[in-house]
Design a protein around this ligand. Structure first.
Ligand SMILES: [Zn+2]
Length: 265
C-alpha cells in the first residue's frame, strides 16, 4: 500500500514535471523562433537591392528608400520604383545627366546630390526638394546614410580631355552598414586604389573614355572590395571584355566576388 502510494505520487510528479518542462521548452522554442523570424524579417526588409537600368544608370533600394544613380533613359525607366529619396549624379555627360529624364521624375521630396558642374546645369523648374552640391572630398550625412564625393578623372594623355580632375564625382555611400562605391567615369586613379572597406564596388571600364579591363582589374585587386560589379562597359568599339575582367580579378584575388549584371538589355 505504502509503496504503491509512493509509486503513484512519483508517477504524478514525473508527469507533472515533464509537462512543465515540455511547456517551458516549447515556450522557449517559440520565443527563439519569433526572435529568428524578427531578425530574418528585418534583414529581408533592409537588404540592399540593385537594379541596373542601363550603362551607368541604376536604382539601389534599401527598405522603402530608393536611390537613383545617374538617372537617364527617360522617366518611364523608373516607373516601377517609388519616388527617389536620393538622386546621385556623377558628371555632366549625357549618359550620367539627362535633364529630360529628371523633368519626368517627382523630385519635390528628393535630395539631389551632384558636383557643382552638374548643379550649374539643373534648371530651376525641376522643383528639387533639397539640392546638395558636393565637390571632390566633400561629404554629407542624412537620415543615417553617408555620401562622400571621390575624384574621378583620366590619366592617359590622350584621354585627359574627357574627364578633368575636379569636375565630376565618384561616390562612397554608406547604406545600412555597407560601403558602396560608384566609380563614375575614371581611370585607375590613386583615390580609387586607396579606398578601404568597400563592400560593393561599381567600376567602369570602356575605351576611349575610361580605362581598360586590365587597369580596372589591377585597381580592384588593390582596393579589394568584397563584391565588384563591372558597369559602364560599352565603348566606342563595342563592349569591353567583362569575362576577362572577372578572370583577371580572380587570378589576383579569388576572394573578390565579381558579379555581372544585365546592364545592356
Ligand atoms: Zn560615362
Amino acid at each position: 500500500m505504502k509503496y504503491s502510494t509512493l509509486f503513484l505520487i512519483a508517477i504524478c510528479f514525473t508527469i507533472f514535471s515533464c509537462k512543465t518542462d515540455t511547456k517551458e521548452q516549447s515556450t522557449k522554442a517559440s520565443e527563439s523562433n519569433s526572435k529568428d523570424l524578427a531578425a530574418e524579417n528585418s534583414s529581408k526588409q533592409k537588404q540592399l537591392e540593385i537594379q541596373p537600368i542601363s550603362h551607368a544608370t541604376m536604382v539601389l533600394s534599401y527598405g522603402s528608400d530608393d536611390f537613383y544613380i545617374d538617372p537617364t533613359g527617360g522617366a518611364e525607366a523608373f516607373s516601377s520604383f517609388s519616388k527617389p529619396e536620393y538622386v546621385i549624379i556623377t558628371d555632366i555627360h549625357g549618359d550620367h545627366l539627362n535633364i529630360e529624364t529628371l523633368k519626368g521624375i517627382d523630385l519635390s521630396s528628393t535630395m539631389v546630390i551632384a558636383p557643382k558642374a552638374v548643379v550649374d546645369q539643373l534648371p530651376s523648374e525641376l522643383n528639387i526638394g533639397k539640392l546638395v552640391t558636393l565637390n571632390n572630398g566633400d561629404s554629407i550625412t542624412d537620415k543615417g546614410y553617408a555620401f562622400e564625393a571621390i575624384p574621378m578623372y583620366n590619366l592617359r594623355e590622350e584621354a585627359l580631355k574627357f574627364h578633368t580632375k575636379g569636375r565630376g564625382n565618384g561616390y562612397v555611400m554608406s547604406i545600412g552598414g555597407e560601403r558602396i562605391y560608384i566609380s563614375g567615369d575614371t581611370e585607375d586613379i590613386p583615390e580609387m586604389r586607396n579606398l578601404e572597406n568597400i563592400d560593393k564596388a561599381f567600376v567602369c571600364m570602356n575605351l576611349p573614355w575610361t580605362m581598360t579591363v586590365d587597369k580596372a582589374a589591377e585597381a580592384v585587386i588593390e582596393f579589394k572590395p568584397k563584391t565588384v560589379y563591372p558597369y559602364h562597359y560599352r565603348g566606342k568599339d563595342g563592349m569591353s571584355d567583362v569575362d576577362k575582367f572577372k578572370t583577371l580579378v580572380n587570378q589576383g584575388d579569388e576572394s573578390i566576388d565579381v558579379v555581372q549584371l544585365n546592364w545592356y538589355k
